[in-house]
Design a protein around this ligand. Structure first.
Ligand code: MRU
Length: 343
């Protein structure tokens, strides 16, 4: 059985998702900087997995520190938090983790105890994420009916989380209840998380999956071959606007046009009460090489202008419901997000 991230006590092992589906290779890191780099360079990815990886990286930095007293350790860790905060800007789970770890750093003055509580917190963040995913699955599976074909975009599965997945968790839960579900996975250009990762993990679970390119979704919606759409999220603003992988917004507009229910599955760690609307969400711009090259092969002429925003924002009005571990927000917007968040 594969895992996404593992804490080994004095190191962190990470499945290198850049190599999937062709190679299942783990890298074990004994220093926090390599863990931070594994987020920046997308060896591991997906909002909850980014948060968990950062938590383990921060715990590792504390454990390996040679600081002579707690003040020295705290100064060191503040720099470590800044390094993790600079890895990727959009997934709010990263900043939620950093805030959780910072509270412990500020609240513990004994060096040995601080190292211990940071390690425990990292493991708690990991365990809580898996539990949240299972609960989200239970809360959301009622939206999927026996015989449904469900489309998803990017990878919001076990690989993007501690395990089980958010959007794929809802699908897994429906399948575990005995419903026959077919999945359509969009390939998700440019990084191909759908083609490489979603299909890989669903095939492993023997859940029927068909791969399409992103620009085929409208055609299949029009033909009545997609009944529901479930995707994950990187940040849900206070008004319900949701950032997710680039291309999600397009699918949501098409879903609205064709009257297809469009669900977001996201844990509370992805809801951001500090961000008022989708306009306030920072969208990560990634290297243009991700668009210009596929697997090292150049596919665009040298020197052409290229854009590569990694996420887009789906307005709350296009979302039928947001499925969380604390309940479902139907027709999000208004107070719904804050009510669930305060639970
Ligand atoms: O760039 P990525 O691969 O980190 O983007 C991942 C997504 O957009 C996922 O849909 C999102 O993080 C939810 S993962 C449960």
């Amino acid at each position: 059985m594969y895992y996404t991230i593992k804490w080994n006590g004095d190191s962190v092992s990470i499945l290198d998702q850049r190599l999937l589906p062709l190679k299942e290779e783990y890298h074990t890191y004994t220093d926090f900087q390599s863990v931070a780099d594994s987020i920046t360079y997308m060896e591991t990815r997906g909002a909850p997995a980014i948060g968990i990886t950062a938590a383990m990286g921060i715990a590792l930095a504390a454990k390996k520190s040679q600081a002579k007293n707690s003040n020295e350790l705290k100064t060191e860790l503040e720099k470590v938090l800044e390094i993790f905060a600079g890895t990727r800007p959009t997934a709010v789970n990263l900043f939620w983790t950093i805030n959780r770890m910072r509270e412990l750093i500020n609240g513990n003055s004994d060096m040995a105890i601080l190292k211990e509580v940071l390690e425990k917190e990292a493991l708690a963040i990991y365990d809580e994420d898996i539990q949240a995913n299972r609960q989200m699955g239970k809360n959301g599976s009622r939206f999927l009916e026996d015989g449904d074909t469900v489309m998803t975009h990017c990878n919001a599965g076990a690989l993007a989380t501690g395990g089980y997945g958010t959007a794929l968790g809802v699908i897994r839960a429906a399948v575990e209840e005995g419903k026959k579900i077919e999945v359509i996975a969009c390939e998700t250009r440019p990084y191909l998380q759908g083609a490489r990762l979603t299909t890989w993990e669903l095939l492993k679970d023997q859940i029927p999956v068909t791969l399409i390119t992103d620009n085929m979704s409208g055609h299949f919606m029009k033909e009545g071959r997609i009944n529901k759409i479930v995707v994950g999220a990187d940040r849900v603003a206070k008004n319900g606007d949701t950032a997710n992988k680039i291309g999600t917004y397009t699918h949501s507009v098409l879903a609205k046009e064709h009257g297809i229910p469009f669900y977001i599955a996201a844990p509370l760690s992805t809801l951001d009460p500090e961000t008022e609307t989708g306009n306030d969400i920072v969208i990560e711009e990634r290297s243009i090489d991700e668009v210009a090259f596929i697997k090292g092969v150049q596919i665009a002429p040298e020197g052409v202008k290229i854009l590569n925003p990694s996420f887009d924002v789906t307005p709350a009005g296009n979302i039928s419901a947001i499925i969380t571990e604390k309940g479902v927000i139907e027709h999000p917007g208004g107070k719904g997000i804050m009510e669930i968040y305060s639970k």
